[in-house]
Design a binder for this molecule. Structure first.
Ligand code: HSE
Length: 318
């Protein structure tokens, strides 16, 4: 996409009728892989969208499930904003849109709800443009999603599924995607209260010790090897330990970090999910009951799997 094209938009042909997009929840960091690792999970946001008019105009938006009654229903809705960013990146004059969102991903819980909204919006806009995939690659979509989100660790698995390592090189976001061994059981414990990512990031120090950097480097390498099947699952408790962010966030979410500590003491590899306040357990088969036994009162437990596909277009529900 050259700079000229990003500014000059053109009228294009849109898909006839609605398109439906599904995007997974994601858990970032996975303990030691701060701002790098991410995992796609089988909890989904669904968006059905269609072009109401080729003239730009006020959208018609509905939201059911998570976020209903809380998120704006005008052009500032995050999925709609992402769609407009995608149209601009593709050089397309934005149309007037209908958007029906059905959300399972809880907001402000460290499960990638804003990445899900951004990625589903970008994907939906590209799906509505008849030659969208020729105009705009998956990697360019991932890059823009990471720019909008501010960091790439949730958007990478939301786009590509599986386990992702995202990083910046030559001022571009890059990623590697890996499959996760089938016997890892991701379980998430979700409290009823949110935590703003910016608040959780504000607790982090500006520098860390060399010893803590070494500690996390070793564990990140071990974790990737264990999750992708090169090491036994028993390594996961050691491999999921962290000194770069979780210790600094404990004061803001003591109940979360107490559950993480108790689960780890019971042999379950548990971490803060993203910036919190949910807990992610990378359990082995048979450890589900241990996780349930440590579920704080009033918290939800989701027994999930790894989503291998990432964002996709699917049949429009009847
Ligand atoms: N890596 C980020 C953080 C994830 O921990 O702040 C939140 O999106």
């Amino acid at each position: 996409m050259d700079a000229q094209r990003a500014h000059d938009t053109e009228q294009v042909s849109f898909a006839e009728g609605p398109v439906a997009v599904r995007v997974p929840a994601t858990s970032a960091n996975l303990g030691p892989g701060f701002d790098v690792l991410g995992l796609a999970l089988t909890l989904y946001d669904d968006v059905v969208t269609e072009v109401l008019s080729t003239e730009t105009g006020d959208p018609v938006i509905t939201v059911a499930g998570e976020g209903a009654g809380e998120v704006p229903l005008d052009e500032t809705h995050l999925v709609h904003r992402a769609m407009f960013a995608a149209f601009q990146a593709m050089g397309v004059t934005p149309p007037r849109l209908r958007l029906d969102c059905r959300n399972e991903v809880p907001h402000g819980r460290g499960l990638g709800s804003s990445s899900a909204a951004i990625v589903s919006g970008l994907w939906a806009a590209r799906s509505l443009v008849q030659d969208g995939p020729e105009r705009w690659s998956d990697h360019a979509l991932f890059e823009l999603a990471a720019r909008i989100e501010g960091h790439p660790d949730n958007v990478a698995p939301a786009v590509f599924g599986g386990l992702t390592l995202a990083y910046e090189a030559d001022a571009q976001y890059q990623l590697v995607r890996l499959d996760v061994r089938a016997d890892v059981v991701p379980l998430v414990l979700v409290p009823d209260h949110p935590m703003e990512t910016e608040v959780a990031r504000g607790l982090l120090p500006t520098s860390v010790s060399h010893a803590d950097a070494v500690f996390n480097s070793a564990r990140t390498a071990l974790l990737v090897a264990a999750l992708s099947g090169a090491l036994p699952l028993e390594v996961l408790v050691d491999a999921s330990d962290d000194r770069l962010h979780q210790p600094y966030r404990t004061e803001a979410m003591p109940q979360t970090m107490a559950a993480v500590a108790d689960l780890r003491a019971a042999g379950v590899p548990a971490v803060l999910s993203g910036a919190g306040p949910s807990v992610l357990a990378l359990a082995r088969p048979g450890q589900e009951a241990t996780v349930e036994a440590h579920r704080p009162e009033g918290w939800r437990l989701h027994a999930l799997a790894v989503d291998a596909d990432g964002v996709r277009t699917q049949d429009v529900p009847g």
